[in-house]
Design a protein around this ligand. Structure first.
Ligand code: ZN
Length: 361
């Protein structure tokens, strides 16, 4: 973690629009429609709908102060610099590459920022906000264009209602051949073994069970047969979990866990996926890892690794064990306690599985 912080250029915030990460064609105009840094230190953005954003932070160096920037698709017409006030030195709008727009916020040297706590929040399909700092003295709002307008708000509310009614209707999961595949999902721990206990007493057994159940629903909707090794807070040994998988013709086995760090260090966060053998297991792990990272912006990629865990070592079929975050980590725990994030993780796991099944068959 310390090494990670020391990297001069570290990309720790990677933000994307979860609803529809489609990328605009290169020739189109900038997807950035309006921006404002409010008196409370919150940056608000309005973009074209369904924009794919990426955000970055770089610590101060000899040449410039701390910088935060967001890249948007589409080319900016007029590169410009806007004078800042308070902790902000200046704001630059530029085109780092052809067909791109970059909004750079450069801070003055003396300001103390806590970028590891930052979170870009998507308010709806075209609005974003991120809290950058707490103004010590009065800060004058800076911005261009209308960040919100009434028409957008009405639309957003309608979207929200629509989403509530239609659970996952707005997610696009890959299609696979119906009634062909069988998957065993194993929510780790259960019963007297709660697994990891995290910040605020959050328990691994509960988190992974809920995620697993949603994965099951999502896959079932795609015509994949799913078996859960447990469906409630059941005390289940490792060997029956393996038997459940080995006694069926399951195509794959996916065990879901959440992590805890030694000494419950709050600065340790991240996601990792293990496989034990074979290119299939590795491919499945890679697909799942890629997807869970996408829904966990800012949480470190601990990678796809070989692991000797009992359940993936003793199952016959391609098998992976996925760690969906650290319950003891400040960033991960705050998310894992929310149902919305559990749904996103479940969606991501389901997507990785479907991609694998579609490819390997
Ligand atoms: Zn576990």
């Amino acid at each position: 973690m310390i090494k990670f912080l020391d990297n001069k250029l570290f990309r720790y915030l990677s933000v994307f629009l979860f609803l529809n990460p489609s990328i605009l064609p290169v020739k189109s105009s900038s997807a950035l429609a309006a921006w404002a840094i409010n008196t409370n230190g919150v940056l608000e953005l309005r973009t074209k709908s369904n924009t794919y954003l990426k955000a970055y932070f770089q610590k101060a160096n000899q040449i410039s102060g701390d910088r935060f920037w967001v890249d948007f698709p589409g080319e900016l017409k007029n590169p410009r610099t806007i004078q800042g006030n308070g902790p902000i030195k200046e704001i630059r709008l530029g085109k780092p590459d052809k067909g791109k727009t970059r909004l750079v916020i450069e801070f003055k040297e003396e300001i103390y920022l806590k970028p590891l706590t930052w979170q870009m929040v998507g308010l709806d399909q075209n609005r974003w906000r991120i809290k950058l700092f707490n103004p010590k003295y009065a800060f004058k709002k800076i911005g261009e264009g209308l960040v919100e307008n009434k028409r957008v708000n009405i639309k957003a509310n309608q979207n929200l209602i629509h989403k509530k009614k239609n659970n996952y209707g707005y997610f696009k999961l890959p299609e696979v051949k119906r009634n062909k595949f069988e998957v065993v999902i194993d929510p780790g721990h259960g019963g007297p073994d709660p697994g990891a206990i995290g910040i605020g007493g959050i328990r691994e057994t509960d988190v992974v069970l809920e995620v697993a159940k949603i994965v099951k629903n999502l896959l079932s909707q795609k015509g994949v047969k799913v078996r859960l090794t447990r469906t409630y807070d059941l005390d289940l040994d490792l060997s029956p979990r393996v038997s459940i998988a080995n006694n069926t013709d399951a195509d794959i086995f996916v065990s879901i866990h959440a992590n805890a760090s030694r000494g419950k260090r709050r600065d340790i966060n991240g996601l990792e996926t293990f496989y034990y053998r074979g290119w299939r297991g590795r491919l499945l792990a890679k697909r799942i890892q890629k997807q869970i990272l996408r829904v966990s912006p800012g949480s470190p990629d601990r990678g796809v690794k070989q692991g000797r865990f009992y359940v993936i070592k003793n199952t016959k079929m391609p098998a992976v064990l996925v760690e969906i975050g650290f319950l003891t980590g400040r960033l991960d725990a705050r998310r894992l306690e929310k149902i919305t994030h559990r749904k996103r993780l479940a969606y991501a796991i389901a997507k990785g599985i479907l991609e694998y099944l579609d490819k390997v068959g």
